[in-house]
Design a binder for this molecule. Sequence first.
Ligand SMILES: *[C@@H]1O[C@H](CO)[C@@H](O)[C@H](O)[C@H]1NC(C)=O
Ligand SMILES: *[C@@H]1O[C@H](CO)[C@@H](O)[C@H](O)[C@H]1NC(C)=O
Ligand SMILES: *[C@@H]1O[C@H](CO)[C@@H](O)[C@H](O)[C@H]1NC(C)=O
Ligand SMILES: *[C@@H]1O[C@H](CO)[C@@H](O)[C@H](O)[C@H]1NC(C)=O
Ligand SMILES: *[C@@H]1O[C@H](CO)[C@@H](O)[C@H](O)[C@H]1NC(C)=O
Ligand SMILES: *[C@@H]1O[C@H](CO)[C@@H](O)[C@H](O)[C@H]1NC(C)=O
Ligand SMILES: *[C@@H]1O[C@H](CO)[C@@H](O)[C@H](O)[C@H]1NC(C)=O
Ligand SMILES: *[C@@H]1O[C@H](CO)[C@@H](O)[C@H](O)[C@H]1NC(C)=O
Ligand SMILES: *[C@@H]1O[C@H](CO)[C@@H](O)[C@H](O)[C@H]1NC(C)=O
Length: 523
Amino acid sequence: MLANHMKLFFLVSLGALLVAIILAAWGFPKIVSKQIQKNIQLDNTSVMFEKWRKLPMPLDFKVYVFNVTNPEEVNNGAKPILAEVGPYVYKEYRERTVLGYGDNDTIRYSLKKNFIFDDTESGALTEDDELTVINFSYMAAILSVQEMMPSLTGMINQALEEFFSELRDPFLRVKVRDLFFDGIYVNCAGNHSALGLICGKLRTEAPPTMRPSEDGKGFYFSMFSHMNRTESGPYDMVRGTEDVNELGHIVAYKGKSFMPHWGGDKYCGQLNGSDASIFPPIDENNVPKRLYIFEPEVCRSMFASFVEKTTIFNMTAYHYAISRDVLAAKSANPENKCFCKKNWSANHDGCLLMGVLNLMPCQDAPAIASLPHFYLASEELLEYFGGGINPDKEKHDTYIFLDPVTGVVLKGLRRLQFNIELRKIESVPQLANVRTGLFPLLWLEEGATLPDSVVDELKGSHKLLSYVEAARWILLVMSLVATTVSAVALARSGALPMWPRNSNSVSFILNPNPPVIDVNKVH
Ligand SMILES: *[C@@H]1O[C@H](CO)[C@@H](O)[C@H](O)[C@H]1NC(C)=O
Ligand SMILES: *[C@@H]1O[C@H](CO)[C@@H](O)[C@H](O)[C@H]1NC(C)=O
Ligand SMILES: *[C@@H]1O[C@H](CO)[C@@H](O)[C@H](O)[C@H]1NC(C)=O
Ligand SMILES: *[C@@H]1O[C@H](CO)[C@@H](O)[C@H](O)[C@H]1NC(C)=O
Ligand SMILES: *[C@@H]1O[C@H](CO)[C@@H](O)[C@H](O)[C@H]1NC(C)=O
Ligand SMILES: *[C@@H]1O[C@H](CO)[C@@H](O)[C@H](O)[C@H]1NC(C)=O
Ligand SMILES: *[C@@H]1O[C@H](CO)[C@@H](O)[C@H](O)[C@H]1NC(C)=O
Ligand SMILES: *[C@@H]1O[C@H](CO)[C@@H](O)[C@H](O)[C@H]1NC(C)=O
Ligand SMILES: *[C@@H]1O[C@H](CO)[C@@H](O)[C@H](O)[C@H]1NC(C)=O
């Protein structure tokens, strides 16, 4: 009778142990990850969805401009001495418009950004500051002309003198507000036939930095106003309702699943990764070495490499940062060869130097992107300057910190510099005496840190998870204890013949009169 009770108790606790093991090993993690997925997937029932659609805080958009301190000397062949001015701080608000849902678990949206100048954060700097910078649109026009019809460059420059008023040298004296957003007027009203050619090209190609003027007689050039005016996209992004590890991957941009700009190359044209706003959770047993991010501004995917596991806001975070490989020259990273073109440079095998990316195929303008101050780029680039260029990891890095549980970005910064070649061209008086080199215009920093309210929310959900995690182990330990106790009791009751009742080893290890047995005897 007693033995039967013991047996039942043993079997029940053994069953409980099995269930607990299954739950601990498989059930709980499954339930937890399902619950997390429900909260982060791109579905209008999820907690994250609204935050993803309309960012709960503005990003900081900071611009640093390279003011040329010795333009007269540069015109006569001296090395440029630059002075960085900034940051000019803007608040960047982001809102997505959901356009629909596609096959293969995707959502289609467009992204609208809105920029507002932040007086307080900008300190003493104002949008009315006068700067002397490389004349980007003029250099872009001249370089394009030289590419297309080298022999006509001198003649076309005469037309450009009409197009650009008071063209004395390759530098532009400009107010910050005009350079960034309001625009610098370029005149198409002259009679020169070459002018018609250039303006016609602008009209058909409509580069984003050139905004047609209201009267239709010219254009306004500005660096960022197209970002404030127009929505970008549409993007097709994986919603993660089927496979959470695919969450946030952009599978198509403007309806194309491939960027055709890089000569049709499979590697360079690949759309990889997310738009940096959302990532899948990180599997701590299989931490990805790289995070891919698709950057429509440069028409390619980039990646950040895993640096370390760390803590911010008292939370575990995975730190990823941009590495030298991303913008490496072909010799250092052979895969990058499709970002090179035969005629881009006589030396270096048609590639640009280490650490720069030619945006010509992407933006139809001879702009060159790099990290700020040519950080992670070839030292050769620095030799061009008399001063003012000082690459520094702290100030010029691009990085991201992720919460591994939800894949939420805790903190992230993206930095990018725009440059253009200042080229010595004998037939153009303004360029006859300058040194040829890569000339920086400005660099921008776009980033955010989660506001306290969202951090607290995230911590709350982590706490909940830690309770679930604790429950999982408590259940396991409790059923393990019950099984052990009942097994011992069973053994001692003599119901299991293979365990000799008076075995020394058993009595040596166990209390000869465990209380549990007394409890059982009461029945
Ligand atoms: C949520 O999305 C579904 C389609 O996935 C749609 O049918 C439904 O109307 C949406 N609900 C709200 C409140 O937007
Ligand atoms: C930029 O440099 C010019 C000299 O080239 C100077 O007159 C001007 O004050 C500088 N602007 C700022 C904001 O430092
Ligand atoms: C969905 O996936 C299938 C198979 O992977 C593919 O053939 C199809 O083109 C995809 N559909 C879209 C709209 O991308
Ligand atoms: C961006 O556009 C909005 C209106 O669409 C305007 O109010 C705002 O001033 C613009 N921002 C800048 C920096 O020009
Ligand atoms: C530089 O180019 C602009 C057009 O972007 C033109 O209006 C301006 O006159 C040029 N500035 C100088 C100083 O040459
Ligand atoms: C352009 O031509 C018109 C007549 O064809 C003339 O009136 C005007 O003065 C000319 N403008 C310039 C800048 O030469
Ligand atoms: C895209 O991602 C795959 C791995 O997911 C990688 O092998 C490939 O090199 C990436 N392509 C680019 C252009 O970054
Ligand atoms: C982190 O935790 C410590 C102790 O647990 C606390 O003193 C500190 O204020 C916390 N810091 C933040 C940023 O929450
Ligand atoms: C490259 O340059 C050479 C001469 O400099 C020229 O003959 C050739 O057509 C150019 N190729 C392209 C694709 O522009």
